[in-house]
Design a protein around this ligand. Structure first.
Ligand SMILES: Cc1ncc(COP(=O)(O)O)c(C=O)c1O
Length: 382
């Protein structure tokens, strides 16, 4: 057995990030400022969109995107196999979430289910590129176009995801990314909304900072103006320069981070593919690049549960994560909103059995070998 606990995830922070944060600290400007602007420009270039709007989390990014798209009072379709934030922010905006089931192989929202569950009051669809595997965007865009609905991509897992040669987040009206510490790149906490639509970008900039008119955040700087107006009632979702300082350097490294993730993930795949008691997420049939945000395992055993597996792996010094229980079966969703079991059987089956193995750039193949051995050992002695 391993002597030292192997965490599920660790961020990789280098000297460049530390120096850049120290530079901001020494400069006297630590909140939203020039480094946020630089990070936005770099990120816009990285994904290939005209606008990138930095926020303090993807949750915040989803909230202001839903709000800016005027979705209040409307139905919005999404997957139940996502982090609660995707759906909670629909509720916060005053939308009614409608769930379309997943494809049990790719674990992404199934376009056939999207069509089946559609009704005329659905105004938008929010595909989530689960674990970094892109959704079938051609099919989703076709349906959305036919129904005159918006597409907002939840790209929290998708820095480095490409679908048919284009970066995730560039297919819908907007794409929302996360830089939480377990993500492929981090800013501590943080998020980014990308869009080609200048008007939307302008609304997002207003909504992320109190609804203050242009550049009001500069009001303590010599180039800013002290007076300001409130154009609409906005939020306080701005990213700090301290966070952007980290992001600027993380973004430069994310391709190499993803390469290291791939090496570990392919080792897992090769060494777990013949284990009968588990299933792995399958590749879709189209051309894509996988950033390997997560490596998920679905337990197929009927006599041995996921939670017990997690405990047994912990005893062997292996950390894991759960991504995700089906959102519509959480207490609030069943008790207050009336969603019931049976609504999305594939997501419900997966949600009860799924867990994520350790995966981060600085892991070694020896670490991954320990994980495989521990997992096989638990299954052999359950
Ligand atoms: C699919 C998905 N959407 C949104 C979020 C929210 O991201 P953040 O933690 O940056 O608010 C997460 C976070 O894990 C996520 O997994």
């Amino acid at each position: 057995m391993r002597e030292k606990f192997l965490p599920f995830c660790l961020p990789e922070i280098g000297e460049e990030e530390i120096q850049e944060v120290a530079d901001s600290m020494r400069s006297g400007w630590i909140t939203t400022g020039p480094k946020v602007k630089r990070f936005e420009d770099d990120f816009a270039m990285f994904v290939g969109r005209r606008n990138a709007v930095a926020v303090n989390s993807a949750t915040a990014g989803l909230h202001i995107t839903y709000a800016a798209c005027d979705l209040k009072g409307k139905k919005v379709m999404t997957t139940p196999l996502t982090f609660a934030a995707t759906v909670n922010m629909l509720l916060a905006t005053g939308c009614e979430p409608v769930f379309a089931d997943i494809d049990p192989r790719t674990l992404n929202i199934d376009p056939r289910q999207v069509e089946e569950k559609w009704d005329d009051d659905v105004a938008a669809v929010v595909p989530v590129h689960f674990a970094g595997v892109p959704c079938d965007m051609d099919a989703i865009l076709r349906i959305a176009r036919m129904k005159n609905a918006l597409v907002i991509e939840d790209c929290a897992h998708a820095v480095g995801t490409y679908y048919k040669g284009r970066h995730a987040g560039t297919f819908g009206l907007a794409g929302v990314f996360s830089f939480h510490p377990i993500k492929n790149m981090t800013t501590g906490e943080g998020g980014m909304v990308v869009t080609e639509n200048d008007e939307l970008a302008e609304s997002l900039r207003l909504l992320r900072f109190h609804g203050m008119d242009k550049d009001a955040w500069k009001r303590y700087d010599r180039s800013g103006k002290a007076t300001y107006d409130i154009i609409l009632p906005g939020f306080k979702y701005n990213m700090l320069d301290l966070q952007a300082a980290i992001g600027i350097h993380q973004l430069k490294k994310v391709r190499s981070f993803n390469e290291k993730r791939r090496e570990i993930a392919l080792f897992y795949r090769e060494n777990l593919k013949d284990v009968e008691q588990i299933a792995l997420q399958e590749d879709p049939g189209y051309d894509f690049v996988h950033p390997w945000h997560l490596f998920v395992v679905i337990l197929r055993t009927e006599d041995f549960g996921r939670d017990e597996m997690i405990e047994r792996l912990k005893e062997k010094n292996i950390g894991t994560g759960i991504h995700f229980p089906a959102v519509h079966l959480f207490k609030y969703y069943t008790e207050k909103l009336g969603y019931t079991k049976g609504l999305c059987p594939n997501a419900e089956y997966v949600g009860e059995r799924i867990f994520s193995l350790p995966l981060y750039p600085n892991m070694t193949l020896d670490d991954a070998k320990d994980v495989v051995e521990a997992l096989k050992d638990v299954l052999a002695n359950k």
